[in-house]
Design a binder for this molecule. Structure first.
Ligand code: F6R
Length: 367
C-alpha cells in the first residue's frame, strides 16, 4: 500500500497534487469569483461576523496561522489563531458573531475538541475544517468543511497541511465575497492561485533529487533554523516541526526579522538557515536577514521563485527554486513542500523510523 515508496510519509508528500485536486474539485466558481463550499454560512450571518477565531494544534495550527494571515489581508474581519490547549473564549457582547473554526485533520484531537466545547458553551458559532467524515468534531460543531485529502497514515502531517490551507483559502474567498470586502478581481486572482497549486507542487516534487542532495550534505548539522516573514512564517514553523518530529534534530522556526533579536547567537557554520524567499513572504526584507547569517558563516538554503529576479542567486548559498509561474499568496505553501522533502531526506539519511516517530501518535486524544 506504500505504492513503492519506502515510507507512507514520502508517499503522502507525493500525493499532494492529487490530494489538492480533490480538495478544490468543483469548489472554484470562476464566473462569480467565489468559492463553492458546501457550508451553511448564510450571507446575513457572514455579514454579522465580528471575529474569526481559529483553534488548532501542531501542523493544523500552522495551517490556521496561514489562513488567519490571509483572512486579515483579504477580508475586513479580525482573524486570530490560538493553540487549542491555550484557548479561552472571549467573545464580547454577542458571542454568536464570533465564528470559531476548528482545524483538525483527525477530528479527534482532545485539545481542539475541548476548545470547541468551550466556544459552544459561550454561545459562539462553530465550524470544523477536517479530513475525517464522521469524526467527533463534525458531530460537535455547527457545520463542517472537508479538506478531502484522503487518508493520511504517516504520523507527520504533510498532504493534509496543503489541503487545509487550500480549503481555508477557499473559505476566506467565500467569506470575503459574501461580505463584499473582497473584489471580484482579487478573488479571481486568488482562485487562480488555488487552481494552479497542484501543478506548482508537482514542480517542486520533480526537483526532489536536488533537495535530497542538500539534505544529505547538511544532515549532520548541529541545528536548523527556518525563517520566513508573513505567510512564510507559518511555513517556517511547519518546516521546523516536521524536521524535529522525524529526524529528532533541533530545529526552530522564526519570523526572519527576529533572528537578530536573539537566535543569531546560536548561528554558526554548523547551523543551516532555511529561508523562504517567495511571494507572500517579503523576500527582499528576508534576504537582508539572510545576509546577516551568511556573514556568520551559516549555510543558507533558500526557496526562491524561479521567475523572480534571481534575488537570492548571488547571495544565498543555495537556491531551491520554485518552478512555477507565480501563485502569489500561495507560493509559501508550495515552497513548504521543499521543507517536507528536506525533513524526510534528513531523517532517512539517519535511518529514523519516519512513519512512527518516537513518543508521537497520529491522533492525540488526551489533553
Ligand atoms: C505534526 C502533526 C501534529 C498534528 C496535531 C493536530 O506533523 O501531525 O502536530 O498536526 O496533533 O492533529 P489534528 O490535525 O488531527 O487535530
Amino acid at each position: 500500500e506504500k505504492s513503492g515508496y519506502d515510507h507512507y510519509m514520502l508517499k503522502e508528500i507525493h500525493e499532494q497534487p492529487r490530494a489538492l485536486r480533490q480538495t478544490i474539485s468543483g469548489r472554484i466558481d470562476t464566473d462569480d469569483g467565489t468559492a463553492d463550499i458546501d457550508v451553511d454560512l448564510p450571507s446575513e450571518y457572514v455579514d454579522s461576523i465580528e471575529e474569526i477565531q481559529i483553534v488548532a494544534c501542531g501542523t493544523s495550527n500552522y495551517a490556521g496561522r496561514y489562513a488567519a494571515e490571509l483572512l486579515e489581508s483579504i477580508v475586513d474581519v479580525r482573524a486570530t489563531v490560538e493553540v487549542a490547549s491555550e484557548y479561552e473564549f472571549d467573545g464580547g457582547r454577542d458571542p454568536w458573531r464570533t465564528l470559531v473554526v476548528a482545524v483538525t485533520q483527525s477530528g479527534e484531537t482532545a485539545d481542539t475538541l475541548s476548545a470547541i466545547r468551550r466556544a459552544k458553551r459561550a454561545g459562539a458559532r462553530t465550524l470544523a475544517v477536517t479530513n475525517t467524515l464522521g469524526s467527533t468534531v463534525v458531530r460537535e460543531t455547527d457545520d463542517s468543511v472537508f479538506i478531502r485529502a484522503g487518508p493520511e497514515i504517516g504520523v507527520a502531517a504533510t498532504k493534509t497541511f496543503a489541503s487545509q490551507v487550500a480549503t481555508l483559502t477557499l473559505l476566506a474567498v467565500r467569506i470575503g465575497r459574501a461580505r463584499g470586502s473582497l473584489s471580484y478581481g482579487r478573488a479571481r486572482e486568488l482562485l487562480e492561485s488555488v487552481r494552479r497549486l497542484p501543478n506548482a507542487v508537482q514542480g517542486v516534487l520533480d526537483r526532489e533529487d536536488r533537495v535530497r542532495e542538500v539534505a544529505r550534505e547538511y544532515a549532520d548539522s548541529d541545528a536548523f533554523f527556518f525563517v520566513g516573514r508573513k505567510l512564510g512564517h507559518p511555513v517556517a514553523l511547519e518546516g521546523a516541526l516536521k524536521l524535529k518530529e522525524i529526524s529528532y534534530d533541533h530545529a526552530e522556526g522564526f519570523p526572519a526579522g527576529e533572528l537578530k533579536h536573539g537566535p543569531l547567537a546560536l548561528v554558526t557554520e554548523e547551523t543551516p538557515v532555511l529561508a523562504l524567499l517567495t511571494d507572500g513572504s517579503r523576500p527582499d526584507e528576508t534576504l537582508n536577514n539572510v545576509k546577516e547569517v551568511e556573514a556568520r558563516g551559516a549555510p543558507v538554503i533558500g526557496a526562491t521563485t524561479a521567475d523572480g529576479d534571481g534575488r537570492a542567486t548571488d547571495s544565498a548559498y543555495l537556491d531551491v527554486e520554485l518552478p512555477v509561474p507565480a501563485t502569489g499568496a500561495l507560493e509559501p505553501l508550495v515552497a513548504n513542500v521543499y521543507w517536507q522533502l528536506f525533513a524526510y531526506h534528513v531523517a532517512d539519511e539517519k535511518g529514523r523510523p519516519i512513519d512512527r516517530p518516537r513518543n508521537l501518535a497520529k491522533s492525540v486524544t488526551v489533553e
